[in-house]
Ligand binder design. Sequence first.
Ligand code: PNS
Length: 172
Amino acid sequence: MSGNPSDPGNSQRRLVAIYPGSFDPLTNGHLDLICRGARLTDHLIVAILRNTHKRPLFSVGERTEMIRKVTASLTNVEIDSFEGLLVNYAARRNANAILRGIRAISDYETELQMALLNRRMRPETETIFLMAAEEYSFISSRMIKEIATLGGDVSQFVPEAVTGYLRTKSSG
Ligand code: PNS
């Protein structure tokens, strides 16, 4: 992937990409990126970060289940989870790309920093950015959780299956 820019590369190479994130919970913005990523790549691994420092609303099991439900028709999409460094996980999975979405300029700074650090640590893995679709560019999992736990209707922001999970959490 990296190296001589004039090297056209191997056209037979499979593009295996990791789409990492917290997905707590999955939003319509995430789902849009998964669908577009699946069209671009041979194999797309949606990788849920197992972060012991954060206290997520949904367990990794619940997040895996909800993402699996809404991506069931996408045959080249796999759902997995990881802990530790993303680049180490990418190496273990033989992934040649990391997929990330950018919603607004405010995302750019952090994403650029992550992409450059990841490239220094593992130049074989390129970060590919997709611009979020305009209609989802203002949606974030954090806001969705806040609206849902305060009793608001989030059905226009998350896939239908996720609304059910949020309802169960809010009422419990
Ligand atoms: O959905 P998020 O919370 O924006 O995802 C952030 C994520 C999971 C992509 C990022 O925190 C990450 O890659 N964590 C793994 C640890 C790591 O590799 N850190 C160094 C990044 S430069």
